[in-house]
Design a protein around this ligand. Structure first.
Ligand code: AMP
Length: 291
C-alpha cells in the first residue's frame, strides 16, 4: 500500500494503473477510521482493481464555529487498518495542496445545500461538493463509495455527478452501528460516558418510527413530536427532525415507503446525525459485532 501526499504523484500512480486497464475505486474519508468507513472500503474493494482511499479533513466543509481543530486524527492507525483491507493507495494531501493561496472556486448543488443539515451548516455541502469534485478530478475514479449515514451528502454528490456529466459511478453503503445501535461516527469520541449512553436513544427512536409506520402511523408531525420527546428526555437537543422524499428531499405530507426520516441532535456540543428510509428493512443499517 502506497501513501501519497502530492496531487501530481497520485495522478501519475493512478494513470499508470488505468493504462493497464485497471478499474479505479475511491472512498473519500476524513480519517479516524471506524467499521463504517471500513465497510465502504470492503464494498469498493469488490468493485474495482485499484482502490484509493483519501484521508483529508476538509476545512471548506467546516463552519467558523465548528470542530475543524478538534476533529480527531490518527493517521498511523488509519494506515494500519487500510493496509489490512488490501487498499492500494492512500491519498493524504495537505490543506495547502488542496487549497493553495488564491483559491476561490466552489461548487454548490443549489437549494439542497441549504436544507436539513445545510440549514444549520450553511457552508458544509458547498465544501463537500467542492472537495469531492476535486478528488474526482485528481483521481478520476470509475467508482466512488459513500455512506448512507450521510444520506443528504450522498444525494448531493449523485446530483452533482449527473449535473456536471462526471464519468464516475456512485455507490452507497449501509449504516454501520455500535452494539446499542448508535451509528458509528468519528465524532462519537467527543461524547462523555453519560452522553454516549443517552445517545442510544437516537437508534431507538428510529426503530420506534419504523414500527409505528408498520402499525399505520402516517402523520409526520406526530412522528416528529414523539421522536423529539424521546430524544429530549435523554438530554438530546434537536437541531432538526425531517421527513422528506428520499430522492427529491421534498418534505412529505404523509409518511410512505421511500420517506427518508433524518435528524441531527446535539448531545452537549456534539452534533450527531442518523436516518432511516421507511418501508425498507435494509436501511436501518446493521450492527457491528466485534469478533
Ligand atoms: P467521514 O470520514 O465522516 O467524512 O466519512 C467518510 C465516509 O464514510 C462518508 O461517505 C460517510 O457517509 C461514511 N460513513 C461514516 N460513518 C458511517 C457509518 N456509521 N456507516 C457507514 N458509512 C459511514
Amino acid at each position: 500500500m502506497r501513501l501519497v501526499k502530492s496531487i501530481d504523484q497520485v495522478r501519475k500512480a493512478v494513470r499508470a494503473q488505468k493504462e493497464q486497464g485497471k478499474k479505479i475505486g475511491l472512498v473519500p474519508t476524513m480519517g479516524y477510521l471506524h467499521e463504517g468507513h471500513l465497510s465502504l472500503v470492503r464494498l469498493a474493494r469488490r468493485k474495482c482493481n485499484f482502490l484509493v482511499v483519501s484521508i483529508f479533513v476538509n476545512p471548506a466543509q467546516f463552519g467558523p464555529k465548528e470542530d475543524l481543530r478538534e476533529y480527531p486524527r490518527d493517521l498511523k492507525r488509519d494506515l494500519q487498518l487500510l493496509k489490512k483491507e488490501g487498499v492500494d493507495l492512500v491519498f493524504c494531501p495537505s490543506v495547502a495542496a488542496m487549497y493553495p493561496g488564491g483559491y476561490q472556486t466552489y461548487v454548490e448543488v443549489v437549494g439542497w445545500n441549504k436544507i436539513l443539515c445545510g440549514a444549520s451548516r450553511p457552508v458544509h455541502f458547498r465544501g463537500v461538493a467542492t472537495v469531492v469534485l476535486k478528488l474526482f478530478n485528481i483521481i478520476e475514479p470509475d467508482i466512488a463509495v459513500f455512506g448512507r449515514k450521510d444520506f443528504q451528502q450522498a444525494v448531493i454528490i449523485e446530483r452533482m455527478v449527473k449535473d456536471l456529466d462526471l464519468d464516475v459511478k456512485i455507490l452507497t453503503g449501509r449504516i454501520v452501528r455500535e452494539r446499542d445501535g448508535l451509528a458509528m461516527s468519528s465524532r462519537n469520541t467527543y461524547l462523555s460516558a453519560e452522553q454516549r449512553k443517552n445517545a442510544a436513544i437516537l437508534y431507538q427512536s428510529l426503530k420506534w418510527l419504523k414500527q409505528a409506520y408498520v402499525n399505520g402511523l402516517r402523520d409526520p408531525k406526530t412522528a416528529e413530536s414523539r421522536m423529539a420527546a424521546m430524544i429530549t428526555a435523554r438530554d438530546g437537543r434537536i437541531d432538526y427532525i425531517a421527513f422528506v422524499d428520499k430522492n427529491s428531499l421534498e418534505p412529505v405530507k404523509e409518511l410512505r415507503r421511500g420517506t427518508l426520516a433524518a435528524f441531527a441532535v446535539f448531545f452537549g456540543k456534539t452534533r450527531l446525525i442518523d436516518n432511516t428510509v421507511l418501508g425498507s428493512n435494509l436501511d436501518i443499517g446493521h450492527l457491528f459485532i466485534p469478533m
